[in-house]
Each structure stands twice: as C-alpha cells, then as structure tokens.
Write a protein that binds this ligand. Structure first.
Ligand code: CDP
Ligand code: CDP
Length: 235
C-alpha cells in the first residue's frame, strides 16, 4: 500500500542514476536504469555489425536481444546482462557512449524497451531514471524529477567515474560526447528529452550528492503520505 513510482529524467551525467539508486535504497524500492537498456542494445548492435538506421538490422537485433538485471552477489548492486552475459562495465565505455543516442532515436527500438520498462514498474515501488520516464514510460508517476547540472561539472564527474574504473579519458572528449548526446536526445522526433510541467527541477551543479538524495527522498515521502491519506479517506 502507498507505493509510488519515481521518474527521474535529465541531461547526461547530471547524477540521475547514482541519485536514483540511493533514493531507491533509502525507500526500499527497486532501482531501474533505463539508460543501461539502451546502452546494452547499442553494444549488441556494435558487436554484431548491425546498423540501427537500417530497419532490417533493427528487426534482426530486436529478435535476438535479451536484457536483464541481476544483483551482484558481493555488492548487491543491480548489474546489466545482455543475452546472459554481464556487460555492466562494457556498456559504460566511450565506444558505447558515442553510439547510443543514434540507436535511441529509433522508434521500434524505443517501443520495445519502453514496453519492458513498463512491465518492470507495473507493481510500483520503483525509481527509474532516463530521458522519457515522466513523459512516456510512466506519465502517471506520482513523483517526477528533472535533473540538470552545468556541462563542465557533468564532464568532470564523468571523468572521475571512468578514472575509478581505470579508464583515463580526455575531459574534452567527454564534454563533447555529453553535449552531443544532449543535442540528439533533446531534438529527436521520438520521445525527446523534455521537462514535464509537473516535474520538480533540481540543479545539482552546486549540491552535494547527499543533499540531492535527501531532497528527493523528502519529496517522495510527502507523496507516499498523500497516497496513504487518500487510501484512508476512501476506505
Ligand atoms: O548515464 P548517462 O547520462 O551518460 O546516460 P544513460 O542514462 O546511460 O543513457 C544513455 C543514452 O541512452 C542517452 O544519452 C539517450 O540517448 C538514451 N536513453 C534514452 O533515449 N531514453 C532513456 N529513457 C534512457 C536513455
Ligand atoms: O545518470 P547520470 O548520467 O545523470 O549521472 P551518474 O551516472 O549518476 O553520474 C554522476 C556522477 O557524479 C556520479 O559519480 C556521482 O557520484 C557524481 N555526483 C553527483 O551525482 N552529484 C553530486 N552532487 C556530486 C557528484
């Protein structure tokens, strides 16, 4: 009773997934990384020399693509699997980042992944982050957040993240990739990234990670309370 859906959308690298993960943990909800699904699909297309702009390749790719999430036995963190193989690290590489937004423009691919995302969130109690969660995947989400941060901050944070994995990538290359993905994601015909009118905007440029998590958990608790009141008054 009283479980809600939390949709977090926004630009690349502003803190959506790490924040969503921490919010889910705090509330005892399930975290679902919709971007990981587009990334895993991109990896599959790259490895099988399929072109997302070619409709025949898209049909072939979608038929053979199985994306699942399983917890890591040591850390309990959800990790992404592509046709039974753990691809959590590979899907974060620049090779995938540089191609993912082209694949994410394709209507048929979006339709398939959106249907899977909706199934995963059917029972509520989920925090999902992406670009179209509040607008297309869960337009009825009880809490919608739109995250932003300035480009330099986002690029620096992403560089640190890659560095922790032993991947040294030039700041300029990261910044260009983030800006290019923002451009494609915001201007595409299919489900472009937009800020919904009912979304709460949070600029994380000058916020601590803990502060942004606390802010969203607080908003979520208010919504959960409202749900309870509503259920109580209508018994
Ligand atoms: O973590 P980062 O912000 O770099 O990206 P992501 O959330 O992993 O998403 C990678 C790409 O997938 C985005 O740049 C979009 O092109 C696409 N995407 C999308 O179109 N719709 C979503 N719901 C999630 C991701
Ligand atoms: O999902 P998205 O691409 O929007 O961002 P992310 O993958 O969560 O990456 C954001 C990175 O910035 C993570 O390493 C966070 O720990 C870090 N960070 C943040 O999200 N917010 C802050 N206020 C400070 C750092």
């Amino acid at each position: 009773m009283g479980k809600i859906v939390i949709a977090i959308d926004g630009y690349s690298g502003c803190g959506k997934s790490s924040t969503a993960k921490a919010v889910a943990k705090d509330l005892g909800y399930t975290y679902i990384d919709s971007g990981a699904m587009y990334r895993a699909a991109t990896l599959y297309f790259l490895e099988n020399y399929l072109n997302p702009a070619n409709p025949r390749d898209v049909t072939k790719g979608l038929k053979n693509l199985e994306i699942t999430f399983h917890p890591n036995p040591d850390t309990q963190k959800q990790e992404t699997y592509l046709n039974g193989l753990n691809v959590e690290n590979e899907i974060r590489s620049m090779r995938v980042s540089e191609k993912v937004s082209e694949l994410a423009k394709v209507k048929e691919i979006r339709a398939e992944l959106v249907a899977q995302q909706q199934r995963l969130g059917k029972k509520k109690g989920v925090v999902m982050d992406g670009r179209d969660i509040g607008s297309v995947v869960f337009p009825e989400a009880e809490l919608k957040v739109f995250m932003t941060a300035d480009l330099e901050t986002r690029a620096y944070r992403r560089q640190q993240e890659l560095l922790e994995k032993g991947d040294l990538v030039d700041l300029d290359q990261i910044q260009k990739n983030l800006a290019e993905r923002d451009r494609i994601d915001s201007s595409r015909a299919e489900s472009p990234l937009i800020k919904m009118e009912d979304a709460v905007e949070i600029d994380t440029s000058h916020l601590s990670f803990e502060a942004q998590v606390a802010q969203i958990v607080h908003l979520a608790q208010q919504k959960i309370e409202t749900q309870k009141d509503y259920a109580g008054n209508h018994r």
